[in-house]
Design a protein around this ligand. Sequence first.
Ligand SMILES: *[C@@H]1O[C@H](CO)[C@@H](O)[C@H](O)[C@H]1NC(C)=O
Ligand SMILES: *[C@@H]1O[C@H](CO)[C@@H](O)[C@H](O)[C@H]1NC(C)=O
Length: 476
Amino acid sequence: MWQQILQSVRSFKYPWRSIILAPAALGAGGLLVCWLLSRRKIKTLEMGDGWWGSGERPPREKEDERIRSFQIETSDREIQELHQRLDQARYTPPLEGVAFQYGFNSTYLQKVVAYWRNQFDWQKQLEIVNQYPHFKTTIEGIEVHFVHVKPPGIPKGQAARPLLMVHGWPGSFYEFYKIIPLLTDPAGHGLNEDVVFEVICPSIPGYGFSEAPHQRGFDTLAAARIFHKLMQRLGFQEFYVQGGDWGSRITVNMAQMLPKSVKGLHLNLVFITSGGLGRLVSLLLGAYVPWLVGLTREDSRRLYPYLEKNVYELLRETGYLHIQATKPDTAGSGLNDSPIGLAAYILEKFSTWTDRSFRDMDNGGLERKFSMDDLLTNVMIYWVTSSIVPSMRFYKENLSKNLNTAPDARIGVYVPTGIAAFPQELAHCPHSWAKKLFKNIVVYSYMPRGGHFAAFEEPELLAQDIRQLVRKVEHL
Ligand SMILES: *[C@@H]1O[C@H](CO)[C@@H](O)[C@H](O)[C@H]1NC(C)=O
Ligand SMILES: *[C@@H]1O[C@H](CO)[C@@H](O)[C@H](O)[C@H]1NC(C)=O
């Protein structure tokens, strides 16, 4: 009898054990997974180091960290030379009945050039450009240019919030000239002054007045690191960042590199590379049952018909990208030599990327949103600095690698993020897709109007959205 009981208890032992052990094992496993996940969370992008100066990096020499004030100047000879080239222009007549569908309509181009040659006042534009303080400093062997605007006054008990704004291609720091006063001097523009910014707009190396890298491999990661070094040099431990186009990639990389320094990230264009099967399913189902895959009605409006709006449209508009990502120096040599070619190449983007329907307008709709003076000032920034070729090379350095295996592809962005989705942007990224990369989206706005050059086109709307992000981050 006694034996029998013992026997049965023993045989019971095993289920008992597993009843206790299984949850314990599960618990431990769960903890391990959580721990691994949390470790993944704090994974940041390696900052690395670089040298972009001419020749070998000087051994162990400390970089000159001085910040030098700078004014943009051009000589009379440069302008005379430009005028000579404009006077010697050759044009190919457009096909009959064609507006901007084949590219820049050369009949209209002649009008632009006539304005440039006879009415455009570069000296007057230079005064506008130089109204804000410009600086240069040497980082990783090259001169980095930036505009740094402090607020004229700060309300009591407040501190100005540093904000780094990064442009893209074919833009420049000048894109921010209309938004800067709204951010630094809200009171002067009838805006609530609860958030006042101190704005820093650098030129990406190779663009405008930043020196072009002399070595291969200058990509968004290098630009992100250089801008971190710039902000550190200026004494900012924590700051906000904003960008569209390349500026978006660069500021995202900045947030992945040193999340502690980036208080908030604001984007007006979101690149998402690896979507995988999930994206495909979301896309296919989304066409019929958008709510099931987390798409809103507005997302559907902007995404579908997908092939037409987001695939063919991109194919039609991204030939430049393929050229620049493969042989930038070849096409670039013509553009660097001809101001007319340069203007056509750059301004065509300001037409279609502002509104795709502008392709069907005789004058590319260019003057609907911009003044010719502003457009030509941006072209002049490329012309007087000879920066078109280096600006194009940036595509090659970035797009020749597999984006899905790039070091930044698998690292989430954990800093508070604001996304302003402009309706005419080249591709729409719904909130539910953006969430995959951006783990902490605090503002996602469907903007009522505007396209790719948000700050240049809709400074008020963009400024409002940036403020909204800051209010959320700081609980104002
Ligand atoms: C090109 O632009 C001009 C000037 O804006 C316009 O009059 C013309 O119809 C357009 N198309 C052609 C084929 O010239
Ligand atoms: C740019 O190049 C870097 C380095 O390979 C890569 O991590 C990044 O994803 C690239 N960005 C784009 C938009 O191609």
